[in-house]
Design a protein. Structure first.
Length: 530
């Protein structure tokens, strides 16, 4: 109950015992219910409108959770585990949020039966440890590029890239293959560029770096062979005084002298660049019109207002150093690429930097009719890249379509029978929580979830451990044969993270709120349980 107790300051509200647990559990379940309808290839999208009217349309779990303005601390924990899931394996964010909500929902039933939270926590932790061992036992080795393509297709099914998932899967597998160093993969080596115009089928993989920029002056060369690249994060222009400054000029000669000094300064900047032998300049800040003229006259290709992330990618690909003072610009600080060119695309242009010193630098160019479409395709591609990279690192895969969850639930029930006391009930509750994944897949596809889960249980009981729900034809079949494959790491990470957050919230029996804002955030959210 909420109460003021002796010894607690006036501005602090305290929520104790069962009430504190109930509030935390309900907050987590609300978040799980929000993303629940997006699960699977037939999941629905969410339209998110922020306080300034920006619209995001997506069914990507972590994007939905990040865009929501959440104040409840328990709800924020669910967002944190979704972010961790995205960072670690690139997919399964909806699964981990749902699983955490289901574990807490099952725990609430046990709490109502007067089972102590410590007993539930111990049962959950033992069940999670067993589930991780069983999942590895059930998994298979990923032994071909074809398997990687199927994994990418599974990750993108039901998202913005679904219409061209076969082509995108090939791009993803090829991109990961090019940047992989044995089992080590840095996805930052894969640059994604979005271009409005043409259809999504025009997406392509380019060896090198592609930047959405145009040359700063019409007389500059459109392409440079044997490019020597300078990266500068200082303005190539006359700096404005930080304070208000007045210059007193009393004659035309003084005015001309002032203008000549500015021009001489810009000429010296250009000469400094020329002396190093650079013929391509990427500038993070602005470039003065006069400096642009001198650079163009010297046959130098220049680009301004580069983003910091693009500068870092070019630096990594070409081995150019990003310099912060003009005197630091030397031949040794330049990068190298065999070819730099500007290619017009629609109303704008793209800069292609090919033949880089680092051959592992690649770019994926995405096309779409609107920014909303491009953003969703990008999210789908990142999911695909994440899961393929995860499999390359870990090497293990499992059947999708709810097959792995049903099999783990079945074996955990067998494991529960070996436990003594009330921990057995916690292990059974853990198995029930796992079954919410195939149940939700069926529900989101318009199928009867009870009928589907019952049939899956029957099949798995006869040894068909890879049978799951193929929502492309609404049938239950061997998901490995159907090409519905997911990385083992996605499942194990989801189980570990969901268990950790569920047990963390179950340990809380006292909440102290010290501000009106947080107090409002901790009010029980009102939702329709249906």
């Amino acid at each position: 109950m909420n109460e003021k107790t002796s010894g607690v300051p006036e501005h602090i509200t305290r929520t104790l015992g069962r009430e504190a647990q109930r509030n935390n559990i309900l907050a987590a379940r609300v978040i799980a219910d929000i993303v629940k309808t997006t699960l699977g290839p037939k999941g629905m999208d969410k339209m998110l409108v922020d306080s300034v009217g920006n619209v995001t349309i997506t069914n990507d779990g972590v994007t939905i959770l990040e865009e929501m303005e959440l104040d409840h601390p328990a709800a924020k924990l669910i967002v944190d585990i979704a972010k961790t899931q995205e960072h670690e394996v690139g997919d399964g964010t909806t699964t981990v949020a749902m699983l955490a909500g289901s574990l807490l929902g099952e725990a609430e039933k046990l709490l109502d039966r007067r089972i102590h939270p410590t007993v539930i926590i111990k049962g959950y932790e033992r069940s999670a440890a067993m589930a991780l061992l069983l999942a590895k036992e059930i998994s298979k080795e990923a032994d071909s590029k074809e398997a990687l393509k199927k994994i990418a297709i599974t990750a993108m099914t039901g998202k913005g890239a679904e219409g061209h998932k076969d082509k995108f899967a090939e791009i993803i597998v090829e991109a990961v293959d090019k940047v992989a160093n044995r089992r080590e993969i840095d996805l930052d080596d894969i640059n994604i560029v979005k271009v409005i115009g043409e259809g999504a089928e025009k997406g392509e993989l380019v060896e090198g770096i592609v930047v959405d920029k145009e040359i700063t002056h019409a007389d500059m060369p459109k392409n440079i062979e044997e490019a020597r690249i300078a990266l500068v994060d200082i303005p190539l222009e006359i700096r404005s005084p930080e304070r208000e400054t007045r210059i007193s000029i009393s004659s035309p000669e003084q005015l001309q002298s002032f203008l000549d000094a500015e021009e001489q300064f810009l000429r010296e900047i250009t000469n400094r660049i020329l002396q190093t032998g650079a013929n391509v300049v990427f500038c993070q800040k602005g470039i003065d019109d006069t400096a642009q003229y001198y650079l163009a006259k010297a046959g130098i290709m220049a680009f301004r207002r580069m983003s910091k992330s693009d500068m870092k990618k070019i630096s990594k690909a070409t081995s150019a150093k990003i310099i912060s003072a003009l005197q630091e610009l030397t031949q040794d600080s330049l990068g190298y690429a065999k070819f730099v060119e500007e290619i017009k695309r629609g109303e704008g242009g793209l800069v292609y930097v090919r033949g880089c010193k680092n051959p592992k630098a690649v770019s994926i160019i995405l096309h779409g009719s609107t920014n909303h479409m491009l953003d969703e395709v990008e999210r789908a591609m990142k999911d695909g890249l994440g899961v393929v990279a995860s499999v390359v690192r870990d090497g293990r895969i499992v059947a999708g379509g709810g097959a792995i969850e049903i099999e783990l639930a079945r074996r955990l029930r067998e494991f529960a029978s070996t436990l003594s006391g009330r921990e057995q009930l916690a292990a059974e509750a853990f198995a029930n929580a796992l079954e919410t994944i195939p149940e939700t897949l069926a529900e989101n596809a318009g199928l009867d979830p009870i009928e589907i889960v019952t049939e899956l249980r029957r099949r798995h009981g006869t040894g068909l451990v890879h049978d799951g729900l193929n929502l492309l034809n609404d049938k239950i079949e061997d998901c490995f044969s159907a090409g519905i494959i997911e990385p083992l790491k996605v499942k194990t990470q989801a189980i570990s993270a969901a268990t950790e957050v569920a047990t963390m919230l179950l340990r809380i029996d006292d909440v102290l709120v010290s501000s009106d804002k947080t107090q409002n955030a901790l009010k029980t959210p009102i939702v329709d349980d249906d």
